[in-house]
Design a protein around this ligand. Structure first.
Ligand code: ATP
Length: 355
């Protein structure tokens, strides 16, 4: 097994498109590392460069201690799983699994041993004698994962492997991948544009934007302290409220008098934006202590919570997450207050975290 180091990675395609501007990543041995970002941010290109399927324009890739820049994919000892299952349609599950091992020339006894082990881990028992057309999408993807497993690679690289599955199967397969990675302890790099998937899977997450890494951190770190306004808007559903604030008499003031606790070490007074999670705000009865007057625009009940959209003092469409027991109707005049921890604060111009 092995960690993966990516240093100063840059990729320009022949048509001049710069897909990866500059990427540094340090992925630990045994880590489940997620690359997250919107379409076109360079995730797939970075992953394909790790796999050796795309040659970078400049920069280095190391798998374990080995510099792999000049190694073809087959010599990098990694296994890749794509969003399309890519099984051989004419082969039964057991032969699909055995295929890469027979291609390597492994003795048949070992082939069978490894196939049986992967089948057990991915619970493929009843599917072993079926061809792909008799498997559901979720089952095909489990076979594709098992086929990556049998090779016992240094690392798994996964490119949106669950995209084509429906919500329930996706969530089940995600849990399986997580357990599998924990059981094997094999380094895994997992690409997705789905922040929920990233948060639930990753030991750490790298958030990419326009070919650059904006932040690397644990799910909690990127949720609590997004490194930039881009990350703040990308992580969380509904996303953080981004409220323009200034420092007045030692506290952060938003429009309409909303008061927030300033973070320590804030040296600027104005041109600041506070990132306030919907659960850090509270809709109250009008006139409640520390509240400012606000109006409910809409209320969306989700069963276990209600998401209110409120306007107040010129600040429009703030999202507030409340327990389902609190109910205010649209157009109700209410109070709004900050009830959460100190918010992260950003520079309005550079869009970066300042405190
Ligand atoms: P998605 O989630 O949509 O797959 P991504 O974050 O994985 O996006 P990439 O596929 O790495 O992004 O693409 C990054 C940029 O490079 C995009 O602007 C894309 O159009 C461009 N690109 C990708 N492959 C090529 C290619 N072969 N030739 C030219 N440009 C390319």
């Amino acid at each position: 097994m092995a960690g993966i180091e990516v240093t100063s990675l840059h990729k320009r395609y022949p048509d001049g498109t710069v897909a990866v501007e500059h990427v540094d990543l340090s992925i630990a041995d045994g880590e489940l590392f997620v690359m997250l970002g919107p379409s076109g941010c360079g995730k797939t290109t970075t992953l394909r460069a790790m796999a050796g399927l795309e040659r970078q324009t400049s920069g280095d890739i190391r798998i374990g201690p080995t510099l792999v820049n000049d190694l073809p994919p087959a010599e990098r000892d990694i296994a890749m799983v794509f969003q399309f299952y890519a099984l051989y349609p004419h082969l039964k599950t057991r032969d699909n699994l055995a295929f890469p091992l027979r291609a390597e020339g492994l003795p048949e006894r070992e082939v069978q041993q490894r196939v049986d082990e992967a089948a057990r881990m991915m619970q493929l028992g009843p599917l072993m004698d079926r061809k792909p057309q008799r498997l559901s999408g979720g089952e095909q993807q489990r076979v594709a994962l098992a086929r990556a497993l049998v090779r016992r690679p240094h690392a798994f690289l996964m490119d949106e492997p669950l995209t084509n599955l429906d919500a329930e199967v996706r969530s089940e397969t995600r849990t399986e991948i997580k357990h599998l990675q924990a059981e094997l302890g094999t380094t895994m790099v997992y690409v997705t544009h789905d922040q929920v998937e990233a948060m639930s899977l990753g030991h750490r997450i790298a958030i990419l934007n326009k070919g650059r890494v904006e932040q690397v951190g644990t799910p909690l770190e990127v949720y609590d302290r997004p490194a930039s306004l881009f990350c703040a808007a990308f992580i969380g559903s509904p996303p953080m409220n981004l409220i323009e604030v200034e420092v007045v008499d030692g506290s952060l003031r938003g429009p309409g008098g909303l008061v927030l606790t300033p973070p320590a070490g804030l040296s600027r007074q104005r041109d600041l934006v506070a990132g306030v999670r919907p659960e850090a705000l509270e809709v109250t009865a009008p006139g409640a202590e520390s509240s400012v007057p606000a109006r409910v625009v809409s209320a969306e009940g989700l069963g276990d919570e209600i998401i209110y959209v409120v306007d107040h003092g010129g600040e429009r469409d703030l999202r507030v997450r409340m327990p389902p027991t609190v109910r205010f109707a649209p157009d109700a005049l209410v109070g709004l207050r900050h009830s959460g921890a100190t918010p992260p604060v950003y520079d309005l111009t550079t869009e970066e975290l300042v405190a």
